[in-house]
Design a protein around this ligand. Sequence first.
Ligand SMILES: Nc1ncnc2c1ncn2[C@@H]1O[C@H](COP(=O)(O)OP(=O)(O)OP(=O)(O)O)[C@@H](O)[C@H]1O
Ligand SMILES: [Mg+2]
Length: 247
Amino acid sequence: MVLLELEEVTKRYGQLVVIDRVSLRVDEGELVGMVGPNGAGKTTLFGVISGDVRPEEGRVLLDGATLNRLGPAARCRMGIGRTYQVPRPFGGMTVFENVLMASQQGARLRGWESRHAAAIVLGRTGLQSLANRPAETLGLLGRKRLEVARALATRPRLLLLDEVAGGLTDLEVAELMGVVRSIRSEGVAIVWIEHVVRALIDTVDRLVCLASGRLVADGAPVAVLSDPAVREVYLGTDVAEDAVVHR
Ligand SMILES: Nc1ncnc2c1ncn2[C@@H]1O[C@H](COP(=O)(O)OP(=O)(O)OP(=O)(O)O)[C@@H](O)[C@H]1O
Ligand SMILES: [Mg+2]
């Protein structure tokens, strides 16, 4: 069953075409990796899906219903959760309070139910011991985990992860992948943007590559990484080589 569908979406900033007629489908429970060089439009595409960015053309559909007129809060309540590349916690609030707020605003839980749900999310994302720390005192791994926790607390059916592994050590990346896999095992569909291609390749069902706002490849991870169009995009870098060699 198709969960999310983008139909010929275009986003411009002035003369600059940032998303160029992108069409994409994500099935229920599917885990799709997204790669592409800096400035390719990946984060902007997440904004188009989450409602933070309004496209000039094209449609965004969830369960076949168009979302174009809905803002981020409404889309979140419909089941679209996202993390931000630059973590956006409420710094003065504790880790628990941040997750609690997501559970109340996004999943619309109240009282004991929302506190219970928030506690479960903290456990699943490895944040239990940091629950009472002000969010602003967390290190990078903690902030990345909190981004995932806040998105998860909204009870998404579609989770958009924007470079949650960026800047982490191999061990930390492996831990975070465990969290992502467990979320996925519950039937949540995930689109995961990551520059760490090795983190994606063994975990995702499908890989898509965005370059200069265009979707240049969409398919099985190994096939996408050996696609000439993708190799062209990464020419002069070792990203694609690196991922293939590591298999
Ligand atoms: N609000 C904005 N106003 C003008 N230009 C923007 C805006 N947001 C993004 N852009 C431009 O759109 C292009 C795509 O940016 P985007 O952040 O989506 O890329 P990205 O693929 O996520 O890159 P990265 O891998 O570095 O995170 C860039 O050229 C960026 O400068
Ligand atoms: Mg980005």
